[in-house]
Design a protein around this ligand. Structure first.
Ligand SMILES: [Zn+2]
Length: 473
């Protein structure tokens, strides 16, 4: 049997991967320089379609001469860049000259692709969801109080697209239904009224989602989720569906080991191109074992970054058993694309129905709060000479240092740095929202050490956790 286009795209992906941009945090200027490069290509038509609140130019990019108009917009939420990066790869595919030429030329004749990459460039540069006005563009479809929402509305009114791809990222912590799999890709064919009726446009959106789900189930079975279709009268997706465009929401969630979402970006790339091809040939209404209605709903907050199971902890001399769910929150650092982790206990108690991207079953061993090393380091040089292996093996997860050493909110050492005067007793308790710094004791031996939500085995030399360790002020 002939290999499907989708799988051929996955095989050939390295050719099209825009390898200069591989992290979630991107500066808009990096995207503009890619856009400047494609303006030289005859098949692309690039125009400035308006300005963000902070006067950044927003671009509209067209490719193709077909009657079927497909609009895609990404990053209306500034910290959701997976689809923007996939768009760069799609453009690379479209400008290439290789064994896919037949499909490429056929697409060019049959469809017109209209891209708005990064609808919220101000938010993107700050890596934040909302615009600098503090407004969520996706709740501004009616009031149009943000220039970015007005641009999207203007583009929709101008083109009356047949299909609209509304590209987002979602929480890493959702499961795909009641399952041990995170919702790595989620879909929705939004409702256009409170009765959730299904007209031709919405039916087509559902059919494309079924088409994509059928492909995904072959490579990430069980990892696809669906959003609840309660009508949201303020949201763009719902309104664009109402205005007559078959609207498809695609959300990239979490996939194990894919911190920068490069794998999900690759899936976005292949899903988009395969869908364009199916639309061009009116070939997406297939019968499949994985129709729209079979996709399980997302279940919120079923995952943790690290789940410690069967821990025994002690308060006031009384022992009891808990599971401890820990999340590693990414904090933006400075104005660069850098970040560090600040981990905390998200929940504790019976977590039997929950899952961890990483799990540690301590089998009833005692878990104690990390301690602070009783010696105060006065200088950076002194700290450099410290034997952290010994410090950790003795159950210390932080060391006390002089104020002057605390220059950043994180450090490159395998322990937390603490300024003595600021330490409160709550900093060393195992409580919800408390710090994720513990030792796991097997009788009298330190078996595992958890510093800032990362497991460090005391027998392991070297730690290799990027930005894993924070100062506590
Ligand atoms: Zn979003």
């Amino acid at each position: 049997m002939k290999k499907e286009f989708f799988f051929k795209l996955l095989d050939a992906y390295q050719r099209y991967h825009h390898s200069a941009i591989t992290t979630k945090r991107i500066k808009y200027e990096q995207i503009i320089s890619v856009i400047n490069n494609i303006t030289n290509n005859q098949r692309f038509c690039v125009e400035k379609v308006g300005y963000s609140f902070e006067e950044r130019e927003i671009f509209l990019i067209q490719w193709g001469q077909g009657d079927v108009r497909i609009l895609l917009w990404s990053q209306m939420h500034g910290d959701e860049s997976t689809a923007t990066r996939a768009m760069l790869d799609v453009w690379n595919f479209l400008i290439s000259d290789d064994d896919f030429n037949e499909i490429r030329n056929d697409l060019f004749k049959k469809v017109t692709l209209i891209f708005i990459p990064v609808l919220n460039p101000d938010g993107a540069n700050l890596f934040q969801r909302r615009t600098v006005q503090g407004i969520d563009i996706n709740r501004d479809a009616i009031k149009l109080q943000t220039p970015e929402a007005r641009i999207l509305k203007k583009v929709i009114d101008r083109f009356h697209p047949d299909f609209g791809f509304n590209m987002h990222d979602q929480s890493l912590y959702y499961s795909a239904g009641d399952s041990p799999f995170p919702a790595s890709i989620s879909f929705l064919a939004p409702a256009y009224n409170y009765a959730k009726e299904i007209n031709t446009q919405r039916e087509n959106a559902m059919a494309i989602i079924s088409y994509m789900n059928n492909l995904l189930q072959k490579i990430i079975p069980g990892h696809v989720g669906r959003y609840d279709d309660t009508f949201n009268p303020r949201a763009f997706g719902d309104n664009i569906q109402k205005w007559g465009t078959s609207t498809i929401l695609i959300e990239s969630g979490g996939y194990p080991g894919d911190g920068e979402k490069e794998y999900l970006r690759k899936l976005n790339f292949a899903l988009l191109l395969a869908s364009f091809d199916a639309i061009a040939h009116d070939a997406y209404r297939i019968s499949t074992n994985h129709p729209y209605d079979s996709i399980p709903y997302n279940i919120k907050d079923r995952f943790f970054d690290l789940l410690i199971r069967n821990a025994v902890i002690e308060i006031a001399g009384k022992e009891f058993k808990v599971d401890i769910g820990i999340n590693r929150e990414e904090e933006n650092y400075n104005d660069s694309n850098d970040f560090y982790f600040r981990s905390f206990i998200e929940d504790m108690g019976d977590m039997a129905l929950y899952y961890g991207y990483e799990e540690l079953d301590v089998n009833g061993m005692k878990v104690k709060a990390g301690k602070s090393y009783p010696y105060r380091f006065e200088t950076q040089e002194e700290l450099e000479r410290a034997d952290f292996d010994i410090i950790l093996k003795n159950g210390y997860t932080s060391v006390v240092v002089d104020d002057a050493i605390l220059t950043r909110p994180f450090c490159d050492y395998p322990v937390n740095l603490v300024h003595r005067r600021k330490v409160k007793s709550a900093d060393f308790k195992i409580i919800p929202e408390g710090p994720a710094d513990f030792i796991v004791m097997d009788e009298l031996v330190v078996k595992h050490i958890i510093v800032n939500g990362f497991v460090v085995n005391s027998s392991t030399a070297g730690f290799g956790v990027k930005n894993g360790l924070t100062y506590r002020y």
